[in-house]
Design a protein around this ligand. Structure first.
Ligand code: DAT
Ligand code: MG
Length: 148
């Protein structure tokens, strides 16, 4: 089953949005496979966002991500990468639809509350980076009530 990496950024944690965000993924029917609160250092944040290292906003982005604890998660389910991105909404909250996490809870692109992997391959890489210890091995007993 497909997995994605979801991270509640420091603003989401500080603003008390952890429960709300987890609830949205849970209620959709996805399965939580990994979860931890941690603060990452600059080298780790630079590695996570390595693909964006040439962007003018890179340094500010790294400063933001290391500014406080984040909630790192692995969620599992059919099409969870693409659907997770839809639940999160567009990168710029000014363009995120109401009903999405960024559309409902964010205003500025540099404080957009949440990260989600953009492809199955980047999800695999990000899960390996953030959960080198691996994730939980369990399957929800709700499975037959969510999948036909
Ligand atoms: P996403 O987080 O939607 O996958 P991304 O991978 O292109 O977006 O960029 C990572 C983060 O960098 C994004 O969540 C917010 C920040 N960012 C992206 N584009 C930006 C821009 N033009 N100005 C400032 N910050 C930006
Ligand atoms: Mg991205």
């Amino acid at each position: 089953m497909e997995q994605t990496f979801i991270m509640i950024k420091p603003d989401g944690v500080q603003r008390g949005l952890v429960g709300e965000i987890i609830g949205r993924f849970e209620k959709k029917g996805f399965t939580l496979k990994g979860l931890k609160l941690l603060t990452v250092d600059q080298a780790f944040a630079e590695k996570h966002y390595a693909d964006l290292s040439a962007k003018p906003f890179f340094n500010g982005l790294v400063e933001y991500i290391i500014s406080g604890p984040v909630v790192a998660m692995v969620w599992e389910g059919k099409n969870v990468v693409t659907t997770g991105r839809k639940i999160i909404g567009a990168t710029n909250p000014a363009e995120s639809a109401p009903g999405t996490i960024r559309g409902d809870f964010a205003i500025d692109i540099g404080r957009n509350v949440i990260h989600g992997s953009d492809a199955v391959e980047s999800a695999r890489k990000e899960i390996g980076l953030w959960f080198p210890e691996g994730v939980a091995n369990w399957s929800s007993s709700l499975h037959p009530w969510i999948y036909e």
